[in-house]
Design a binder for this molecule. Sequence first.
Ligand code: ZN
Length: 379
Amino acid sequence: MSGPAHSAADAQELIDHHCHGIVPGRLSRTEFEALLTEADGPGPFTMSLFETQIGYAVRSICGPVLGLAPDARPEDYLSRRDDMGPGAVAEALLSDLGITAFCVDTGFQPDRLTPPDRLGALAGGVAAYEITRLEAVAESVIGRTDVASFADALRAELEQRRSRSVGFKSVAAYRCGLDLDPERPSEAELRDAAGAWLQHIGAGAAPRCADPVIIRALIWAAVDLGLPVQFHVGYGDADVDLNRCDPLLLTPLLRATAGSGVPIMLLHNYPFHRNAGFLAQVFDHVFVDVGLALNNVGARAPVVLAEILELAPFTSVLFSSDAFGLPELYRVAVTLFRRALGDFLDGGLRAGLWTVADAERIAGMIGASNARRAYRLDG
Ligand SMILES: [Zn+2]
């Protein structure tokens, strides 16, 4: 279980290229469980979301950090959390993770979560960069424009956001599915789509950006601005139609953006992570991860990481936690990722495919240097 490559994986610096902030206040058991998995919370039939791979991973990995036995009962874990208070819990769980930078998606529930700089401070002074969510920008612009000015206002706002972001992110998967027309929409198409959206809003609808024409315009505007573009792919909460989230649906758009010089970052990917590995092999500008999935598959994390690494070049795979709300999720992500990477690299060593020095270099690429290169992070 613990060969020489595990030491390399354990010592490796990590860049978390996709995560969110944490909820800073106290949480009830129901609120905690609602943040634990992708379910909205425990129900009358599941009863407790601690009865999951991630539930046991939190107990065994985070319990000892908070001074508990690794088999503490959920109620004891939560009462220990309450006794310590949310700030001390966050600092304990976020300390010494070996993470040197966070790339934080600020587009979902920003009022509920800590902003990037606060997250970095809680983790002991870790650099924290912002990823701007494209659909959230459109939703902020539509309320202060009209049909004629929408397109220009949208581009101006994205340009402005570019200066403080290291990447953009699209949640097209949640809004219209990934089977996007690869063509850049015309100005007339964009005007018509903005008109239809404004009419919906005028009729009382919430300003939710779900029109595929507007989403394509956002993606192309982001590509024009030259920053990496992340896509939510695969596994997510009950709001996602998973059958419209296979990364293979993005193939036409990946072909269309292949010459742009802009990295496309496919996030999560589970259970389509082998398909994502294929895309990373055939498209130079495609990067992939299995963040979120590793947390939720728990003891199976080594299998899932190994599966995306079947075809994906080692220069195209990244670490992410996709942690949201709970500091536990960063710690579980780091721990399971290091174990999985160590297992994978030791397998190659045993098979005589690479040396210890190679394993260290591969760990360095996947852990940090691929992210540093794609996002052009300093240092
Ligand atoms: Zn996320």
